[in-house]
Design a binder for this molecule. Structure first.
Ligand code: AMP
Length: 302
């Protein structure tokens, strides 16, 4: 593994790889790596000759300054995790992994980028209206990474489900021949989707956080015999009333505060009213919940 901090050095390495006809896989991350990120990197190492992992906390995708400041930065530990993944991986195809760890000035040498992306209906639901500018900021950084790394494939986690739809729309707009590879959510043993935010949960909050996934899994079972609206209402009610039903598990006013739970077409992300309205990719339930001052997101496929 080699660590690169300069965009020009990444471009050189990519040029060299391209001259040897190597297929490049890109895994964009914001660092603070965990097994979820490692699953993307592992897959990229298996499916490509050359892998670029970017670790960059992208300021322009944060619409909340405090969230940006609090975002964990753990580059040394991250590089160690990638090295041990490479060591333990047998049968990988990629010969080389570059960890790209640029500064903000290196990524945006002209200062804050002026370009703004619009994606229509896929960004007008769920995270879009609640995090103004977020997806445009994601698109700007991902496009810059696409330009630098010129990947054949790019790996994204289904935990950020709407982000995948946005990247799909971005690729349609810019017409780059890049294969978008969605990767399944990696979970802790109790089912909580791994996230760098989980470390901000108190022990009491962490102990009940698995309720989110458990509730979504039960919702998937209910979907076999209940209407879309009833499943939605049940999920929101179950989480909002959890602290009343389980007071001993919820000391000090601990409670789930759902921001939204939407059941949507998995491709267009538009809410569906009937299960039959879902298109080729089926239906997916997407949730954002506050717990202990931390905003957690998760999904379930129906
Ligand atoms: P982030 O560093 O949070 O921007 O995440 C980088 C990539 O890792 C994104 O494509 C995420 O969707 C993906 N990712 C984050 N958590 C998980 C997880 N638990 N399982 C699978 N992928 C994940």
């Amino acid at each position: 593994m080699e660590q690169i901090t300069k965009a020009a050095d990444l471009e050189l390495a990519v040029k060299e790889a391209k001259s040897q006809n190597l297929e490049i896989g890109l895994v964009p991350t914001m660092g603070a790596l965990h097994e979820g990120h490692l699953s993307l990197i592992e897959r990229a190492l298996k499916e490509n000759d050359f892998v670029v992992v970017s670790l960059f906390v992208n300021p322009i995708q944060f619409n909340n300054k405090e969230d940006l400041e609090k975002y964990p930065r753990t580059i040394d530990a991250d590089l160690n995790l990638i090295s041990s993944l490479i060591e333990r991986m047998e049968g990988r195809r990629a010969k080389e992994l570059l960890a790209f760890t640029p500064t903000v000035d290196e990524m945006y040498p002209q200062g804050e980028p002026k370009e703004v992306y619009h994606f229509g209906p896929v960004e007008e639901v769920m995270e879009g209206p609640r995090r103004p500018g977020h997806f445009s900021g994601v698109a700007v950084v991902v496009r810059r990474l696409f330009d630098l790394a010129q990947p054949r494939r790019a790996y994204f986690g289904e935990k950020d489900y709407q982000q995948i739809a946005i990247i799909r729309a971005l690729l349609e707009q810019i017409k780059y021949p890049i294969e978008l590879v969605p990767c399944p959510i990696v979970r802790a043993d109790d089912g909580l989707a791994l996230s760098s935010r989980n470390m901000r949960l108190s022990p009491e909050a962490r102990a009940i956080a698995s309720t989110i996934n458990a509730t979504l899994e039960q919702a998937a079972e209910m979907a076999e015999y209940e209407d879309v609206d009833d499943v939605k209402e049940w999920v929101l009610d179950t989480l909002s009333t959890f602290h009343e039903v389980n007071p001993t598990l919820c000391p000090n006013d601990l409670k789930f505060e759902p921001e939204y739970f939407e059941i949507v077409d998995a491709r267009t992300l538009q809410p569906i009213e009937n299960w039959d309205n879902a298109g080729d990719l089926g239906a997916v339930g997407c949730i954002a919940v506050w717990l202990d001052g931390v905003r957690l997101i998760d999904i379930v496929k129906f």
